[in-house]
Design a protein around this ligand. Structure first.
Ligand SMILES: NC(=O)c1ccc[n+]([C@@H]2O[C@H](COP(=O)([O-])OP(=O)(O)OC[C@H]3O[C@@H](n4cnc5c(N)ncnc54)[C@H](OP(=O)(O)O)[C@@H]3O)[C@@H](O)[C@H]2O)c1
Ligand SMILES: O=P(O)(O)OC[C@H](O)CO
Length: 333
């Protein structure tokens, strides 16, 4: 062991459970907080998270609990709650965190009410912690099954970041260290919005050429916003940006892409969301991305269209027509 012997995971949805499994596979002790006591109970007794990650047998080293106080002994906390609930959960977690403890933010979204990134929320709610961001192309079920996965692990404190990379990494779950937290956060948040658009392309039958164009022009939007907010281009072109954009825009198993597919087929957003017990982060993040783009003076027409569709301000067909009617321009402007 090289430190971080006891890992805390906050949030027992699909991703928190998969990360707990990845951490347990390194031989570490893992405490996993679930908001619902039945979820904690199922993990401890059946060794399966039947509600959020059915089909993955969980390691005996994972101890689930509905009590945040049980994370007080952990050397690091991985926070894996939906972005819109992260502030509230961090507020409850704050009294149980040690001064200087690393907190790895694993959610992919922007707080809609404040336009804050998860690192900004952490700085406000738990100011005496060290922030890291884990983000990249990774479906929870793939990680839980031990399929090969690579992610960005960003931390401004290089020593802590590299130590976390070694603590969480294994042959199949491979974190790559970076120092650019903003890049890691923007990549993960914006790709979810673009994946909804990619789903619409699929659901409306617009073809593979349109799909490829959407990814390339979407990546241009993601890069424009990231750079304007201080991210490095190479981070955005890495696992947490382009890598995750390609995965999420190409996989109907993505909640964001499948939401777009259903919208493209004419289903109503309320019905799509009501039929799932999982989070579709791009829906709440889309208006936040558009507001940040306005603040930073960058153009993000695809994200704007998604935002208008999910907010009920535009019909899918009108949004597509508007995008296709945009004036011709230089590719790299
Ligand atoms: N799934 C993936 O493959 C994946 C991969 C990478 C990143 N992520 C990111 O990880 C984050 C969590 O997603 P997920 O897939 O793990 O979630 P999920 O499986 O869709 O489950 C939803 C989670 O949200 C929790 N929740 C619901 N209402 C809540 C509230 N008011 N306060 C706190 N928690 C609440 C649920 O807990 P209870 O209902 O039990 O309270 C459950 O743990 C998201 O930001 C997502 O983008 C997911
Ligand atoms: O199912 P999604 O759309 O939330 O995507 C899951 C992960 O973020 C993919 O990297």
């Amino acid at each position: 062991m090289n430190g971080f012997d006891h890992i805390g995971v906050v949030g027992a949805g699909a991703w928190g459970t998969a990360l707990a499994q990845a951490a347990a596979k390194t031989g570490r002790r893992v405490t996993l907080w679930a908001r619902e006591s039945e979820v904690a109970e199922a993990i401890n007794t059946a060794r399966e998270n039947t509600a959020f990650l059915p089909g993955a047998r969980l390691d005996a080293a994972i101890q689930a609990t509905p009590h945040l106080v049980e994370l007080a002994e952990c050397d690091v906390a991985l926070v894996v709650t939906p972005a819109q609930h992260t502030r509230a959960v961090l507020g409850d977690l704050a009294p149980h965190l040690r001064e200087g403890a690393p907190v790895v933010l694993c959610s992919k979204g922007i707080e809609q009410a404040t336009l804050k990134l998860m690192t900004e929320v952490l700085a406000e709610v738990c100011p005496r912690t060290r922030a890291a961001v884990l983000s990249g192309p990774s479906f929870a079920i793939d990680v839980a099954k031990g399929l090969p996965t690579a992610v960005t692990l960003a931390c401004a404190d290089e020593r802590a970041g590299r130590a976390l990379m070694h603590a969480l990494g294994s042959a199949s779950f491979r974190p790559y260290y970076a120092d650019d937290l903003i890049g890691a956060e923007i990549g993960g948040a914006v790709k979810n919005v673009l994946a909804i658009a990619a789903g619409v392309v699929e659901g409306r039958g617009l073809g593979r050429s349109a799909h490829a164009a959407l990814i390339a022009r979407g990546f241009a939007e993601l890069t424009r916003l990231g750079v304007a907010m201080g991210a490095k281009r190479e981070t955005l072109a890495g696992l947490c940006g382009l890598g995750d954009l390609v995965l999420t825009c190409s996989s109907p198993q993505s909640r964001n892409m499948s939401c777009g597919i259903a919208l493209g087929r004419g289903e109503a957003l309320a019905d799509i969301l009501a039929a799932r017990n999982s989070v579709t982060e791009g829906v709440a993040t889309a208006p936040a991305v558009v507001a940040l783009a306005e603040r930073h003076g960058v153009e993000m027409p695809i994200c704007e269209s998604v935002s208008r569709v999910v907010s009920g301000d535009a019909h899918v067909d009108a949004a597509i027509e508007e995008l296709l009617a945009r004036p011709f321009r230089d590719e790299h402007a």
